[in-house]
Ligand binder design. Sequence first.
Ligand code: KDG
Ligand code: MG
Length: 380
Amino acid sequence: MEIRHADVLLTRPGRNYVLVRLETADGLVGWGDATLNGREKAVEAALAEHVLPELDGRDASRVEDAWQSLFRGTYWRGGPVLDSALSGVDTALWDLKGRAAGVPVYDMLGGRTREYATVYTRCGAERVDDIVENAEAALDRGIDHLRVNVGSGDTYLDVARVVDGVNEVRERLGPAPELIVDVHGRAGPREARRIATGLEPADLCFLEDPLRPENKDVFADLRQATTVPLATGELFTDPWEMRPLIEDRLVDFLRVDLAHVGGITAASKLATVAEHHYVETAFHGPPDLSPVGQAASVHVDLSVPNFGVQEFTDYAEVYGDAVTDVFAGGATLDESVGGLDVPDDPGLGIEVDREAAREYDYERSHLPTVRHEDGSVADW
Ligand code: KDG
Ligand code: MG
């Protein structure tokens, strides 16, 4: 299993994706997702200049050793760019390992603990009427975990509007669907408390990223102030960052992103730590995670006992033919259960057409900088 070719591919089939491709001497190919939304070129350069050259000639079966050397061996660890690069390599190594063994990745992680991974989908909009309409369309597709953000861009942290709007959505949808609200880490402690306590009547499945990631202590204060279940993790780019939140049971859901936290290796270890502290998984699954990243997430979802829910992107619906030109296989939604499954093919069960990918050129695309009413910069 000697690695002969290690390449990075930047493609935009509707959206920029950074993909790692590893090929062994005996011709096996594995794929991994290293996409970092808005900083794709930085990850591409980190891979091409620093990370991939280190893999040349190495034994692809030594996944853990590769992870350790790429994370710890650099002295300066983690961070969004290096950890996304590491995530792509790690995922491609697991894909290769599965292909070499002739088994799906979930089998190497201990085998299935469930038949599908229940998903949540995004129904947010500016107006409550539109949110309810989106929610009803999702319910018709069999999806009963609904993210019902009120507002978007620079309006979703209007605390009173969010609280009134989400409570109205709950009244109109009735008690059955599981509801989720994402604050995108924009609230300060005071706002987070008002949102959380104000949303207690809505009986949320969880409140996502109520607080910014840098200060874990404020989660403890919020925990004391509310009964609303809390979820966080998509902004973490070092697996150790989640540790205090899990160990002190300050969150109910572990929401890391497999393309940023250190791939399948880091996410499955974290899920095990979480299991021992009654925390469930709810991995990040936005459109800026590629279908390779989605497939990797679902392999972990299917194998861990403490799976909670998986955020869902329907790539074909959002990006149409472009995405199906480049990616074949991967996770698919079973509308009869509202859950994702992956093929039982060896590895991740997804193929990338390199020639097709090269037809979709990268375009520079940054997240907007959001500002408060007075002109000062807000968190995204
Ligand atoms: O790149 C930023 C997105 O991944 C993020 O805004 C999406 O918060 C998000 C989510 O939960 O999907
Ligand atoms: Mg989020």
